[in-house]
Design a protein. Structure first.
Length: 221
């Protein structure tokens, strides 16, 4: 639940993101959504039994934990491309290097990247100064126009929707190590990008003011 005193802040951030999503496509100012998730790596404790005619594949319910990997999702919905970066951790430095890759490798021709993400403590300009020299951090910051989703409003981030698709289509099984995870995610990403799969975002500011009216502060003239 959103505390009443926070309604105005929630609404302001929500409408800001919704307005960003209504902008026409501009390759010089692409809208990119960023989110992250984790994947528990596990291996089989016993060899699974392959499927046979009339008998499905079987695996033992026991497994061995092999650590956790982090996945950063970068998703440009209007262009229909995404990039998933698999890392060992989700630190400020990891975030900073993902931003550098976005600026220098994934969208190098952009004059300004319009970045939508949540308010996670690592998602800050300070993270760039912890990872790079001041001149480099400032260079990267100057390439970004950041819009934060409100607290409890992660559903506004289209990268979260794309992560849900990744989880359903690729991650809903046992994966033993980071190398296998990277290979599987890369194959999934390649197919999605070739199909230019995207999100048909229909929720607009006008819809929010009707459907989420209770979140808007009330006042009398």
């Amino acid at each position: 639940m959103i505390p009443p005193e926070k309604n105005a802040e929630f609404v302001a951030a929500m409408e800001d993101v919704l307005e960003v999503y209504q902008r026409p496509y501009d390759p010089k100012r692409p809208v990119v959504c960023l989110d992250e998730t984790s994947k528990q790596l596990v291996c089989e404790s016993r060899h699974p039994v392959s499927a046979k005619p009339g008998t499905p594949a079987r695996e033992d319910y026991e497994y061995k934990r092999m650590g956790v990997a982090n996945l950063f999702m970068l998703f440009e919905p209007l262009a229909g491309w995404r990039h998933v970066e698999v890392t060992d951790r989700r630190t400020k430095v990891d975030f900073a290097h993902v931003i550098k890759k976005l600026v220098d490798e994934l969208d190098p021709q952009a004059e300004k990247i319009v970045l939508v993400m949540d308010n996670l403590n690592t998602h800050s300009f300070g993270s760039l100064y912890e990872a790079f020299e001041p001149q480099e951090a400032r260079r990267l910051i100057e390439k970004l126009e950041v819009h934060y989703t409100p607290k409890h409003g992660s559903w506004l981030n289209m990268a979260e929707t794309e992560l849900a698709t990744l989880a359903k289509q690729c991650l809903n099984r046992r994966i033993a190590n980071k190398e296998t995870l990277e290979n599987e995610v890369d194959a999934w990403t390649l197919q999605r990008n070739e199909n230019q799969a995207t999100v048909d975002w229909q929720f607009k500011t006008e819809d929010a003011r009707i459907k989420l009216k209770k979140l808007y502060p009330s006042f009398q003239l």
